[in-house]
Design a protein around this ligand. Structure first.
Ligand code: TYC
Length: 105
């Protein structure tokens, strides 16, 4: 999408500024299964960090538990980085081996 943002409609500027607006790269945040992290802890983390309802969080937790991996959401890099760090910090604080990672979409 090319948007002519700062170009006045008169001839007061010699060079029009062209601002190229495109969607930012997106990253998928993934949760990994393990044998030790309690299910209710995973559900709580998904509710806190990803603003899921208890029902949504339970659905994602069970998907991860059954298949080994699951998607928490797709975000811009900054937001994905922050959420991965929040999950890793919470798991570490409670001495759970829960792993969270991200991949480009
Ligand atoms: N497999 C864990 C258990 O049986 C639960 C669990 C689910 C752990 C999802 C991690 O990302 C995870 N207690």
């Amino acid at each position: 999408m090319a948007v002519h943002h700062n170009r006045p409609h008169d001839d007061s500027v010699l060079e029009a500024e062209r601002v190229d607006v495109k969607p930012p790269p997106m990253y998928r945040v993934l949760l990994l299964n393990d044998d030790y992290t309690p299910m209710d802890f995973v559900v709580g983390v998904l509710q806190q960090v990803f603003a899921m309802t208890r029902e949504q969080a339970t659905h994602v937790m069970l998907q991860v538990h059954r298949s080994g991996m699951g998607t928490c959401g797709v975000f811009t890099k900054e937001v994905a980085d922050t959420k991965v760090a929040q999950v890793v910090d919470l798991a570490s604080q409670h001495q759970h081996p829960l792993q969270c990672t991200m991949e480009p979409e």
